[in-house]
Design a protein around this ligand. Structure first.
Ligand SMILES: *Cc1c(COP(=O)(O)O)cnc(C)c1O
Length: 286
């Protein structure tokens, strides 16, 4: 019997190395890797620039916690927000954690309880992110879930309008639902979300954990819509295979995430930052 919990259905392939788009199993058989590590390997397997970044940083400094200044983390934040309306970034270690940060920030900033999310959405497996996820197969057996989230059908303007009241602090969505089946937000729905947020002072959170870092042709997928999120979350492709997540926010939100409000031990550590900076230097070409 395996020493692992059996919470994954694993293919019976033991991969031992990779280069670019090709991975090789223990028997020496090559495969063309269309999985990309679940939308993670922005530069492919063992890209020389990432190998070099890890080698160089690993000989200098791996981890310092967030008790000290970190100009490299500052630079990574600047790279992520450059040419956008965002002003600040917070670093963590995964997509679910980035969404937890977004949920906390939206609640703290607005003082309101309700966050609208959508059917077939996916926001991660932690308790808050799972409660935000509009798929029963993800949530079954874990109830009762957080009451903060109200899930409505995607791309349905009247269903969305029907749940807007004074308690709604934020609307949270993927502009292209990934795990839910590659469903794009329609231009009409995007316009309706934009109008509803503006008219009611509701924050817009866009989860770009899967669509971000140039996966859809622009740095972030929201750029191809009318939507202008107050908060955006990133992970997957940001680290090119190294675990890192980020939440970006506008200048208005700065004071709501002051000292001591939120944090994580590993978030934005020097090794993760060196890798993510290398990814962006190669992907965000002007
Ligand atoms: C994968 C994914 C997440 C969760 O990211 P983890 O790093 O697995 O926690 C959240 N949102 C979207 C849209 C995703 O595709």
């Amino acid at each position: 019997m395996s020493s692992l919990f059996q919470n994954y259905t694993r293919r019976p392939i033991h991969l031992v190395k990779g280069k670019g788009t090709i991975v090789t199993d223990a028997n020496g058989k090559d495969y063309l890797d269309f999985t990309s590590g679940i939308a993670v390997l922005s530069l492919g397997h063992t890209h020389p620039a990432i190998v070099q970044a890890i080698q160089e940083q690993s000989e200098k400094l791996w981890h310092i916690s967030n008790l000290f200044e970190n100009p490299e983390q500052e630079k990574l934040a600047e790279t992520l927000v450059s040419d956008t309306h965002f002003a600040h970034a917070f670093f963590c270690n995964s997509g679910a954690e980035a969404n937890e940060a977004a949920i906390k920030l939206a609640r703290k900033h607005t003082g309101k309880h309700t966050i609208i999310t959508f059917e077939k959405s996916f926001h991660g497996r932690t308790f808050g992110a799972m409660s935000a996820t509009g798929q029963d197969k993800i949530r079954n057996g874990f109830g009762p879930l957080l009451e903060t989230f109200k899930t409505v059908p995607f791309n349905d303007v009247s269903a969305l309008e029907a749940v807007i009241d004074d308690e709604v602090g934020a609307i949270m969505l993927e502009v292209i639902q990934g795990e839910g089946g590659v469903n794009q937000v329609t231009p009409e729905f995007a316009q309706a979300i934009s109008d509803i947020c503006l008219a009611n002072g509701i924050l817009l959170i866009i989860d770009e954990v899967q669509t971000g870092i140039s996966r859809t042709g622009t740095r972030y997928a929201y750029e191809q819509t009318v939507l202008k999120p107050d908060i955006m979350t990133l992970a997957k492709g940001l680290g090119g295979g190294f675990p890192i997540g980020a939440m970006l926010g506008t200048a208005d939100l700065h004071d709501s995430l002051g000292p001591g409000t939120h944090g994580t031990t590993f978030g934005g550590n020097p090794l993760a930052v060196a890798v993510a900076q290398t990814v962006l230097d190669n992907v965000f070409v002007p």
